[in-house]
Design a protein around this ligand. Structure first.
Ligand SMILES: C[S@@+](CC[C@H](N)C(=O)[O-])C[C@H]1O[C@@H](n2cnc3c(N)ncnc32)[C@H](O)[C@@H]1O
Length: 384
């Protein structure tokens, strides 16, 4: 009989509902939405599928036990008591991530250290040898989460964060996180039903995520490895079955995905990334100043972008944002434009009234993801 278990998908602030929708669509049960996470239930095959197919998850954790802790010594003793030999071999390596929300425990790094000590001491006491610590490529990544006095120990089935899709070979200044890019496109409501433009595309993250959404390509198809592949119970045949089933759901896409940037160097990087994702067929990029561009077709279009914020890229943000407003208003009729920024002062200079505002975080920067709707002709004419 297939056994379901509880899992926690971690995500970015503001993407919880979108992630829950993704999980529901993939077939998860028992979905509960939290802050920056969604709990759900499924079996091992579903855990593989969630890692492969969720665009807005950063990690899929599998909790193995929960207990109360009141002191750091409690943490050590209770972690020591877990039969770690069932989850990894002494010749393997481990890494521990800790998240702590508690008055009693304030240093997450110290909790991670105590957890690691307890695990290696258990191996040394039982086998006379201990596993190594490898923070970058461990055989087993473990997560310890303390919420007040409740401590949950989970295995990290993803390993490295799921935003590392595996297609980004070229790095640029101020790239957007892949999970955030995907979440923004899904929040915008674009699902491949019309043309799409990122007019300040940088390294092409938004374009690449858009093409994968439009064609229903699993976002982590190009990834080198998932954490669960090193687990003793990894079922490679089941994984291949899941992967083949996902590949069968890839669909055709008949519209255009366009990217502009006025920096030729950055555009070369975008081309490299798009090629490495094998999506050249669906995406065209060109050197173009957005402010000198106009909509290339008469059909409806979605724009999703992250302009410079003046944080990492030095720009005259107020002037730039005013030009964004003017360009959208005069050159892009019949367009729904969404942009993310943390520069609230500059945002006022766009001069258009946003029809939606969503709070998101771009890294540590609190940001707004705003929508401007440019109608074909005047709004009044549209209503008549
Ligand atoms: C924050 S970055 C975009 C990063 C991108 N989303 C990524 O993931 O790599 C902003 C980009 O806007 C471009 N840019 C600035 N002004 C522009 C303009 N007037 N027309 C086109 N691109 C512009 C910059 O060259 C830069 O690559």
């Amino acid at each position: 009989m297939v056994k379901n278990f509880k899992m926690i998908a971690k995500t970015l602030y503001g993407l919880e509902e979108i992630l829950a929708q993704e999980l529901r669509k993939l077939g998860a049960s028992g979905i509960e939405i939290g802050t920056r996470n969604v709990a759900f239930e499924g079996d091992a095959g579903f855990m593989y599928k969630a890692n492969l197919c969720c665009r807005t998850a950063i990690k899929i954790l599998k909790p193995i036990t929960s207990f109360n802790v009141f002191t750091e010594d409690d943490v050590y003793k209770k972690v020591y008591a877990i039969p770690w030999e069932n989850y990894m071999d002494v010749d393997g390596s481990l890494a521990v991530d800790a998240t702590v929300f508690s008055k009693q425990f304030t240093h997450s790094k110290y909790i991670a250290l105590k957890t690691k000590d307890a695990i290696v001491d258990r191996f040394r006491d039982n086998e006379g040898r201990r596993p190594d610590v490898d923070l970058d490529h461990p055989t087993l990544r473990i997560n310890i989460h303390i919420d007040r006095n409740i401590c949950t120990i989970s295995l990290d089935s993803s390993g490295a964060s799921l935003h590392k899709r595996g297609y980004k070979t070229a790095s640029t200044m101020a790239p957007i996180n892949e999970v955030l890019a995907s979440g923004m496109i899904m929040l915008s409501g674009w699902n491949g039903q019309c043309d799409f433009l990122d007019p300040m595309c940088g390294g092409g993250t938004i374009l690449t995520e858009a093409a994968m959404i439009a064609c229903n390509i699993p976002p982590n198809l190009n990834r080198e490895e998932f954490g669960f592949e090193n687990w003793p119970d990894f079922d490679v045949d089941l994984y291949e079955l899941i992967e083949n089933a996902a590949l069968k759901k890839i669909k055709e896409f008949h519209f255009k995905i366009l990217g502009y940037d006025n920096d030729a160097y950055v555009l070369d990087k975008a081309k490299e990334n798009i090629k490495s994702a094998n999506l050249q067929e669906f995406i065209s990029v060109k050197k173009q100043d957005f402010f000198e561009s106009e909509k290339e077709t008469e059909s409806p279009m979605f724009i999703v972008f992250n302009p410079p914020y003046d944080e990492r890229l030095q720009v005259d943000a107020e002037k730039l944002y005013a030009s964004i407003g003017t360009t959208l208003k005069h050159k892009y009729p019949g367009t729904q434009a969404w942009m993310i920024t943390s520069n609230m002062e500059a945002l006022k200079h766009v001069g258009l009234r946003p029809s939606r505002k969503i709070r998101l975080y771009n890294g540590k920067l609190e940001s707004k993801f705003v929508r401007y709707e440019m109608y074909e002709g005047s709004k009044k004419a549209k209503k008549q």
